[in-house]
Design a protein around this ligand. Structure first.
Ligand code: PLP
Length: 432
């Protein structure tokens, strides 16, 4: 019962709403002809995209399988049960909630289970790589809870577990959050569990970034250690944009109620079906090979950028993440990011373990999905350094990036590429 019957993708949208179809196709082309080095991004499989674009998007399904507030949920109940069962076996969790709309929604729900407004929470400071949900004043977390930050050692860039322990003893938090948007090393979940137990705190692992590596056996699993694990499904895990929570049977009902009805409404059943497809893919030997290749690629990239003169934070990586300080090259992070973007290398700036300069954060999840390996990482590092140093002409670099990306199309040729689709008017690249 194929839903997408037209072999030419977006054919209906092109007829129906060419203005939007062109934006979507141009974005697909942008993703395919530049290098996606944003550490939080990846390319889902065409199967995941089909589930996302399916009529499950039409279904209202408040509640949980077998206990919905709407009729006609028998089939979407099957979709959600499949997603939950696959995630449970993938991560060895007694319970998984797959309804969280995003990583941030998952963290909000975890706090709703374990905390009351005003409680003290210990989390990595935003200056050191904590996420907005770890106490930013611009986020609900900073508004409703009393966050105490821990950092990383300014010299090594590593978490100093003794220091975290000392801060925990001094502040007696109700919960400790471990997880980061830019920490390139494995997190010692057993050490965090021991600290939490010593001070009587709950432990929340925000594994939004590494959960895909966990699925592939390339990073330690927080599930045995944390009371609640929060995660995204769209980063290294390569599923649709969304979140999930993992916990033991004891917290299951409270976690479910914290998601719906406490913080969310109806579940997005098309996304849940797509999550199930991604969990199925992530349980294959091929995905394990992928996860290990992601790390191997990141290590080569870190080594090569170090050889080019960048200061590599923590001296390397255990994960898909590489963070570097460009200041030894006399270029500020924001300037470096701008030059790299002009050359088609898309990435973020990030906090550094020391000072208030900005570093550059790269990830290898997307380029590895495209099939790139160590040789391509070495080539990327050379282009990267030439562009940041400004001794490689931007147009030449852009052509080389186009050439490299073009050799590893993220989707089958039929997916985005269509003749006659240009850059929409108003886009910065229009007419360039
Ligand atoms: C990405 C991320 C999130 C949030 O995910 P969204 O889906 O963007 O809300 C939360 N915590 C950490 C550590 C992350 O890396």
């Amino acid at each position: 019962m194929p839903v997408i019957t037209d072999p030419a993708p977006l054919a209906e949208l092109l007829r129906h709403d060419p203005e939007m179809a062109e934006v979507i196709l141009a974005e697909a082309a942008r993703q395919a002809d530049s290098l996606q080095l944003i550490a939080a991004e990846n390319f889902t499989s065409p199967a995941v995209l089909e589930a996302l674009g399916s009529p499950l998007a039409n279904k209202y399904a408040e509640g949980y399988p077998g206990a919905r507030h709407h009729g006609g949920c028998e089939l979407v109940d099957m979709a959600e049960r499949i997603a939950v069962e696959r995630a449970k076996s993938l991560f060895g969790a007694e319970h998984v909630n797959v309804q969280a709309h995003s990583g941030s929604s998952a963290v909000l729900a975890a706090y709703a289970v374990l905390l009351r407004p005003g409680d003290t929470v210990l989390a990595m400071g935003l200056q050191s790589g904590g996420h907005l949900t770890h106490g930013s004043p611009a986020n609900f977390s900073g508004r409703w809870f009393d966050f105490v930050p821990y950092g990383v050692d300014p010299e090594s860039g590593l978490i100093d577990y003794d220091r975290v322990h000392a801060i925990a003893r001094a502040h007696r938090p109700k919960a400790i959050v471990c997880g980061s948007i830019s920490y390139p090393r494995h997190i010692d979940y057993a050490a965090f569990r021991a600290i939490a137990d010593d001070v009587g705190a709950h432990l929340i692992a925000d594994a939004a970034h590494p959960i895909g590596l966990v699925a592939g056996g390339a990073a330690p699993n927080p599930v045995p250690y944390a009371d609640i694990v929060c995660a995204t499904t769209h980063k290294v895990l390569r599923g649709p944009r969304g979140g999930m929570l993992l916990c033991d049977a004891e917290l299951a009902d409270r976690v479910d109620r914290a998601v719906f009805p406490f913080t969310q409404g109806g579940a997005q059943m098309h996304t849940i079906a797509a999550k199930a497809v991604a969990f199925g893919e992530a349980s294959t030997p091929a995905f394990s090979g992928y996860a290990h290749q992601v790390v191997a690629n990141a290590r080569v990239l870190a080594g090569a950028l170090g050889a080019e003169g960048f200061a590599v934070t923590t001296g390397g990586t255990d994960t898909h993440l590489v963070t570097v300080d460009p200041s030894p090259l006399d270029v500020p992070g924001a300037v470096a990011r701008g030059r790299l973007a002009s050359a088609g290398m898309v990435l973020d700036t990030c906090a550094l373990p020391y000072g208030d300069g900005r570093g550059l954060r790269l990830g290898t999840a997307a380029v590895t999905t495209q099939g790139m390996g160590e040789a391509e990482m070495a080539r990327i590092a050379v282009l990267f350094a030439g562009v940041v140093r400004d001794d490689l002409d931007l147009r030449v670099a852009r052509e080389e990036v186009r050439d490299l990306a073009g050799s590893f199309p993220p989707y089958p040729a039929s997916y985005p590429a269509r003749d006659g689709v240009g850059v929409p008017a108003g886009h910065p690249e229009a007419g360039a």
